[in-house]
Write a protein that binds this ligand. Structure first.
Ligand SMILES: [Zn+2]
Length: 156
């Protein structure tokens, strides 16, 4: 069963699955026939959810997104590959009409968990195509407001 598949069912993903299930959401797991093998698929909402480890998938400006000091070249190459694969999967899913949520693992570890889950539930019930959790902090300066913090993180 699933337990035999390495790298799956990591703890933050379980946290999210339990919370969504408790909130009444039903999903399927790791659909291999979809680009990037999304962690959760919610057909009723036309949505897929990726739970991304901040280290492997390079969560920008996140304290868990560290780079090992030795073999830096090897790691950078590996990270580059991961990021490129993620971007390609998201683009491909969007083109097929799927809505895509990226949930970074750090958002499932912190005290803001409930708030993030509410944001995800709202997104599922809405119509926006992309969601990234944690949602980027709003600009601190008024002059930055024209950056539109509500815009999707990636072109789709
Ligand atoms: Zn992170």
């Amino acid at each position: 069963m699933m337990a035999g598949i390495k790298g799956r069912n990591t703890k933050p993903e379980l946290v999210l699955r339990r919370a969504l299930h408790r909130a009444g959401f039903r999903y399927r797991l790791h659909r291999r026939d979809l680009p990037g093998k999304p962690d959760l698929v919610l057909p009723r909402f036309g949505a897929v959810v990726f739970v991304h480890g901040c280290f492997w998938h390079r969560h920008r400006d996140c304290r868990f997104c560290t780079t090992p000091k030795s073999n830096a070249e090897f790691w950078l190459k590996k990270f580059e590959g991961n990021v490129a694969r993620d971007a390609a999967a998201i683009e491909s899913l969007c083109k097929s009409g799927w809505r895509v949520a990226i949930v970074w693992e750090c958002s499932l570890r912190g005290v803001d968990l409930d708030q993030h889950l509410r944001t995800l539930a709202d997104w599922l019930g809405g119509r926006n195509q992309l969601l990234e959790l944690p949602v980027r902090a709003p600009p601190s300066k008024l002059s930055d407001r024209n950056l539109d913090s509500a815009a999707p993180a990636r072109p789709c």
